[in-house]
Write a protein that binds this ligand. Structure first.
Ligand code: HXC
Length: 260
């Protein structure tokens, strides 16, 4: 399995996938998303004996710091729809994957990065992990399922607060609120994820696949919310505030929003 932006290792039925753009804090650019689609929709489906996947980010600082803001330039409403829908499709492929996928989060999991971690079945955080949905800083809303999945994990009030303040929460708070399943010392998150996958690998494989499918079915009624997110994300892409928010990030200054 060869990818531009992913590294993979495969041992004892466990695939470890590392998003490998550490200089950009593993931001999800188009290539990385296409690599993830190739992996979860094709390559990993054909892996003989696969029992679990660990998804992590390269480097010391980040799991994934979000969608790649350098690719936002020139995005129009149609581009926003396409971008959000593409991410939704890939993240649903992860959420519906037939073997467990565990996010090993060793640093920033922001925006699309938090959304990616939430599409995984379980999250193991290191004590340096930070989670957040900072899209409103850019004049945006989340577009990869964050408005829906964050509610599923932490509830409406906490989700609304995080989505509107753009605050980050640390690993301990993520654990207390149900976003992280475990917190381990920094550097031990992949090992802990593998330990969990090895335990699950001893169980009946078909029962595990059906468990994932059936738990997912509980949330099917919320698909209208996912559709709304794609539409509303595309609306935010049309605004002057979005142009200002993205420009301010790239120019390393504070955004000044006008509400238009
Ligand atoms: C592109 C990014 C990036 C991103 C960081 N970088 N996040 N590049 N897209 N999302 C780059 C920086 O520009 C910088 O590049 C390098 O990574 C290191 O980042 P710094 O900012 O210098 O590091 P630090 O000061 O430690 O701050 C870390 C940080 C900050 C707090 C994580 O980088 C940050 O706020 N990033 C943006 C987070 C964010 O807004 N994410 C949501 C994106 S929108 P250089 O070249 O200067 O070294 C989103 C929507 C998804 O995800 C839905 C779409 C449909």
């Amino acid at each position: 399995m060869e990818y531009k932006n992913l590294l993979t290792t495969y041992k004892d039925g466990i695939l470890v996938v590392t998003i490998n753009r550490p200089k950009a804090l593993n931001a999800l650019n188009k290539q990385t998303l296409s690599d993830l689609r190739q992996l979860f929709e094709k390559d990993a489906l054909n892996l003989e004996g696969l029992r679990g996947v660990v998804l992590t980010g390269a480097g010391e600082k980040a799991f994934v710091a979000g969608a790649d803001i350098t690719e936002f330039n020139g995005l129009d409403a149609q581009g926003g729809l396409d971008m959000a829908q593409n991410g939704h499709d890939i993240f649903f492929s992860i959420e519906r994957f037939h073997v467990p996928v565990i996010a090993a989060v060793g640093g920033y999991a922001l925006g699309g990065g938090c959304e990616l971690a939430m599409a995984c079945h379980i999250r193991v955080a290191s004590d340096k992990a930070l989670f957040g949905q900072p899209e409103v800083n850019l004049g945006l809303i989340p577009g990869y399922g964050g408005t829906q999945r964050l509610i599923q994990y932490i509830g409406k009030g906490r989700a609304l607060e995080l989505l509107m303040t753009a605050d980050m929460i640390d690993a301990q708070k993520a654990l207390d609120w149900g976003l992280a399943n475990h917190v381990v010392p920094h550097g031990e998150e992949i090992e802990k994820a593998i330990e969990i996958l090895k335990k699950i690998a001893k169980k009946a494989p078909l029962a595990i696949s059906k468990t994932i499918a059936t738990v997912n079915a509980y949330f099917d009624k919320e698909h209208d919310g996912f559709k709304q997110e794609v539409l509303q994300f595309a609306q935010t892409v049309k605004t002057e505030d979005f142009k200002e928010g993205a420009a301010a990030f790239l120019e390393k200054r504070k955004a000044v929003f006008q509400g238009k």
